[in-house]
Design a protein around this ligand. Structure first.
Ligand code: AP5
Length: 222
């Protein structure tokens, strides 16, 4: 009998490595990656009114209002692939009200991964980040350079990846982080994120394998 799929949340400051670790986690564990930031960028690209409003807040490094974000994430979590394969929620919740809404809809994560990286490192990561629009892969000019000239030529930069905007995003993060952490004390693991992405992943990987193993050996649930 197949055990319940994993339900994981990942959090951390801007450029702490959430998206990078999500690529590695989904590749190994087959979870559905649900990134609040990616959902919002897709909404902007669609040209909708919600997208236009979301962008105004993202440009200033502020949280997008709950009335836009909460249902967007809920709808994605409710799709059948997320229910069947389990999910990896990235960048949500970012406030107590978002966490409360999630709970109210009946979504209970098994584990809350928090990546910790010093602030001076974060800015350097933001400014050097590049994205491949074809594969969606995340690169860094210094730490994860593109594999080929062809990829290098097509890389793009996010509109909020300037030093100035990153500082505003960091400020917003620092204002909200404690509220969110306090709601998941019992399932939180803090991970030192200022190491190579493989080292960070090794630690996440061992927590996830342990979780799966505990489930498979536990007496059948009540
Ligand atoms: P979002 O898109 O989630 O941005 P963020 O939280 O600022 O995080 P990033 O995507 O910048 O960083 P990351 O942690 O994924 O790092 P990455 O792996 O790319 O949100 C954007 C905006 O949307 C918010 O500001 C807000 O306005 C809005 N929003 C989103 N969610 C919301 C919500 N719930 N409610 C309201 N509003 C919301 O890595 C960064 C760089 O570092 C890359 O170049 C990478 O290659 C490099 N790197 C990664 N790991 C390492 C490593 N170990 N060593 C060296 N380099 C590394």
């Amino acid at each position: 009998e197949k055990s319940e799929p994993l339900k994981i949340m990942i959090s951390g400051a801007p450029a702490s490595g959430k998206g990078t670790q999500c690529e590695l986690i989904t590749h190994k564990y087959g979870l559905v990656h649900i990134s609040a930031g990616d959902l919002l960028r897709a909404e902007i690209a669609s040209g909708s009114e919600n997208g236009r409003r979301a962008k105004e807040h993202m440009e200033k490094g502020q949280l997008v209002p709950d009335e836009i974000v909460v249902m967007m994430v809920k709808d994605r979590l409710s799709q059948s692939d997320s229910e069947q394969n389990g999910w990896l929620l990235d960048g949500y919740p970012r406030s107590a009200s978002q966490a409360t809404a999630l709970k109210g809809f009946g979504f209970q994560p098994d584990l809350f991964i928090v990546l910790e990286v010093p602030e001076d490192i974060l800015i350097e990561r933001v400014v050097g980040r590049r994205l491949d629009p074809v594969t969606g892969k995340i690169y860094h000019l210094k730490y994860s350079p593109p594999e080929t000239e062809e990829i290098a030529a097509r890389l793009t930069q996010r509109f909020d990846d300037t030093e100035e905007k990153a500082k505003l995003r960091l400020k917003t993060h620092n204002q909200n982080v404690r509220d969110v952490l306090s709601m998941y004390d019992d399932i939180t693991i803090k991970i030192e994120g200022n190491r190579s992405k493989q080292e960070v992943f090794a630690q996440i990987d061992s927590s996830l394998s342990e979780l799966l193993q505990q489930r498979n050996t536990a007496p059948s649930s009540l």
